[in-house]
Every structure is written in C-alpha cells, then in structure tokens.
Write a protein that binds this ligand. Structure first.
Ligand code: HAM
Length: 424
C-alpha cells in the first residue's frame, strides 16, 4: 500500500460537519459589518517580507520568530501573512483609497500563518476575521468598533465575553515610559526570564505581557503606562470609556494590556471568552488604534483603528446551533426507471430553492430510508413503479410525521407543495 500523506503540522482541514458552524458565523459577520458600512477586501496571502518587518515591528515575536518567510525563484524575500492589518494598509495606500472617501471601512476574512507552539486554539494556519477603519481620529470610532464586535459575539452565542481596554499612548508618550520601565527593571534583571532579559533592551513594554510565573511579582510592581500618558492621550481614552458606557458595553480597564504588535498608538483592547478547552488561549479578539502605520508605510498621515478575531477560537466558544437538516428532500428511488425519474426531478427542483439528494445507487428501500434519516433530510419522496405509472407520489415530513400527495408532472407545483409542507 502506498504511504499516506498527512496535512502539515498545525494546519487543519475543515470538513462539512465543521463548516456549517463557520457559515453561521460568517453570515452574521457579513450582516453586521454591512450594517455598519464596511466593504470586504481580499488581499494576497503572500506579501513582501519588508511589509511585516516595518509594519508589525522587528522586535515583535511575530517578526522575530513566527513568520513563514521564503525566497521566491527570483530571490525576493516573501512572507505568508501572519496578520492582515499591514496588508490592508498596503492596499489602502497602493489604491489611494483616501482619494475616494475621507473615511474607509474595510473588513476581511482569511488564513493567517504563524510558526507557533501548538495547542488547542493555537495553530500555524488559522483564520481571522477583522475590520479596519481609516480616516477617523475621534474616540467615537474606537467605541463603535468595540461595541460592534461585542454585539456580534453575543449575537452568535459567545458566552461570558470579557472586554479589556487600555491605552498605550502616542509614540512620544511611550519614549518616556520606556525609560521608566528600563530604570525599574534593570536592577531586577537577574530575576527575569531569558525573553524578558533580552526584551529589556529591544522592546521593554513587552515585559508587561510576559506570562512566565516567576516574572509576575516583578512585573506587578512596574510603573503604569497610564501615569505616563500625555494630556491628549488621556482625554481620548477617557472619552472612549465614557462612550463605551453610553453604548452599554460591559468592559474592564486593564492597565497591563499592551498587545504583541508594535503599530498601536492609543486605545488597545482584547476580548476574552472562557471555554474549558481553550484554557490559556482565551483571547478571542484583539485590536486598537494605529495612527502612524499608514504614514510609516509611505502613505498619507491617516488615523486608523481596527481589530481581528480568531475564527477557530470564536467557533469553539459558540453555542451549539440547533441541529439543522442538511437537505430539504431525499428522493428514495426503487428501481432503474425510478432512479432516472429521481435524477431528472431533482435537477428540475433544485433551481426552485430546494436542497435535494436523490438516491443514485441501486439499494434497498430500507437502506435508503435509513440514509435519509441519518443525513437529517427534512422530507422524503418515494418513487417506485406505482408512482411512475399514475404520476402521483407522497412527500413525508420526517420529524412531524405529516405527509402530502403531490403530482409529479407539475414541477413548480411540486416545489411549492414541498416548501409549504416544510414551512420554508
Ligand atoms: P492578534 O492579537 O495577533 O492581532 O490576533 C488576533 C486574534 O487572532 C487573536 O486574539 C486570536 O484569537 C487569533 N490568533 C492569533 N494567533 C493565533 C494562532 N496561532 N492560532 C489561532 N488563532 C490565533 C492581530 O492580528 C491584529 N492584526 C489585530 C488588529 C487589526 N489590530 C488592528 N487591526
């Protein structure tokens, strides 16, 4: 026997039994984002490595050790996108979107790639859904996005969603804060983990995000960023908090929330959802304001705000939907002539809005009814010699045990009768 080939570690298949729940979430996203005026953008999976190095930050975990980077045959360094914010900003600049409208609202969904240690909820290929808004500096958009995502999560059945917010201030605020941090941590460096020791010199704010238990008592005493924020950042953040209250979003301020990407300026937030299987991976979404990214990538100075959520993690936290029928009608066919009639009838009925499986194999009536039941068909229509001879058949509603006699010759009438029996 030939040796089998398996999928790449950390990259999963999604089977039809999984994708049904994904479709429910995707439909809710489309509906909610459209209701706020977002248009969908689709960008390439592969971008120039420079885009992520400059956009996300050289000293971040993502750029330092998690990117799938390779040289193409022309010797260019390319990277499979680890996130979408940098790619969206690149497209925003490349297509001069600011010329069309002062405010641009984009949403996206797609696979991202990060070479991470795997566990439930953390994969090397994972899906994100996200939104980015360009052109609004006001706190209103920060609050609107957080409220929109919270509303979306609640509407698809995520339970106990916790919203954490903080402000990381402007680039200038952070220069001063970094100095305070280095002054605080340097004398305590011997007690820090290896990553923290290194970051103390490359990216001291990331120390606040460290999860290593032995670092926690040291981190707990660190000076707070909030105290180092300038007047404008403090006023903006207070406005966000008051708007969130006005919108009725339950939130908690988390002064230690710094996020793992370097482009943030001002408001940052995360949403957590408690699920026994997720454990430490309970952060379902993250985002914030990034007012300097577009300009740093060569575009016009443009304030921006966005977020992304991990689809696998959101799906794990979603309430089980009611089990749904996968087909509306199963046509059980007894004999060769009936199979041919079933094939033709199904072909004619599907464009009229019915999902149909007609039995294409020669199997017993019992096996066919069992199959209809197992696949969760809502109704069964049986075709045999009698039905073919007199042109009438019976459609049975499987769950409600109701039935209706139908004429096979009138396809629109047949479709209408099946739909009215099923209430669709
Ligand atoms: P992020 O926090 O790196 O932010 O990722 C957002 C979400 O993607 C996480 O909260 C998590 O649910 C999911 N995620 C991240 N890594 C993995 C993984 N290895 N496996 C499964 N899920 C994962 C960003 O990516 C920013 N671009 C968000 C943003 C948009 N900020 C502004 N605009």
């Amino acid at each position: 026997m030939a040796q089998t080939i398996t999928s790449v570690r950390g990259m999963n298949d999604l089977l039809p039994s999984d994708t049904r729940r994904w479709h429910r979430l995707e439909a809710a996203c489309r509906q909610v984002f459209a209701s706020y005026g977002y248009g969908e953008i689709r960008t390439p999976i592969v971008e120039s490595t420079d885009l992520f190095a400059r956009g996300i930050g050289e000293a971040t975990d993502i750029v330092e050790k998690e990117m799938y980077t390779f040289a193409d045959r022309g010797g260019r360094s390319l990277t499979m996108r680890p996130e979408m914010t940098a790619g969206c900003a690149r497209a925003y600049i490349e297509h001069s979107m600011h010329h069309a409208e002062p405010v641009t609202r984009l949403w996206y969904q797609g696979q991202m790639f990060r070479y991470e240690r795997m566990q439930t909820g953390r994969y090397r290929q994972f899906w994100q859904v996200g939104c980015e808004v360009y052109g609004i500096a006001d706190a209103t958009i920060d609050a609107e996005q957080i409220a929109m995502l919270h509303q979306l999560f609640v509407s698809v059945g995520l339970r106990d969603v916790e919203v954490l917010v903080n402000s990381v201030g402007t680039n200038e605020d952070r220069v001063a804060y970094r100095e305070h941090l280095v002054a605080y941590f340097s004398p305590l460096a011997d007690g820090l983990c290896g990553d923290c020791k290194r970051r103390l010199h490359t990216n001291p704010m990331r120390l606040l995000d460290c999860k290593v238990p032995s670092c926690q008592p040291i981190i707990a005493g660190a000076p707070q960023l909030r105290a180092a924020l300038g007047e404008a950042s403090t006023a903006h953040f207070n406005e966000v908090l008051s708007l969130l209250e006005a919108l009725g979003v339950p939130f908690r301020e988390d002064p230690k929330l710094v996020r793992g990407l370097d482009y943030y300026t001002g408001t940052v937030f995360e949403m957590k959802c408690y699920h026994p299987e997720l454990g430490a991976q309970s952060t379902v979404a993250g985002g914030g304001r990034y007012n300097t990214l577009v300009e740093s990538l060569g575009g016009p100075a443009t304030p921006a705000m966005g977020f992304a959520f991990g689809v696998e993690r959101a799906i794990l936290c979603m309430n089980e939907p009611q089990s749904e029928a996968t087909v509306d009608l199963f046509i059980a066919c007894l004999g060769d002539a009936a199979r041919k009639k079933g094939l033709v009838l199904a072909h004619a009925l599907r464009p009229l809005g019915l999902r149909i499986e007609s039995e294409l194999r020669a199997t017993s009536a019992k096996a066919q009814f069992k199959r209809a039941d197992k696949m969760g068909a809502a109704a069964v229509l049986t075709l045999g010699d009698d039905e073919l001879a007199n042109g009438n058949a019976v459609v049975k509603h499987l769950r409600e045990k109701r039935e209706r006699s139908v004429a096979l010759g009138d396809v629109p009438g047949l479709a209408a009768a099946i739909k009215s029996l099923l209430g669709i």
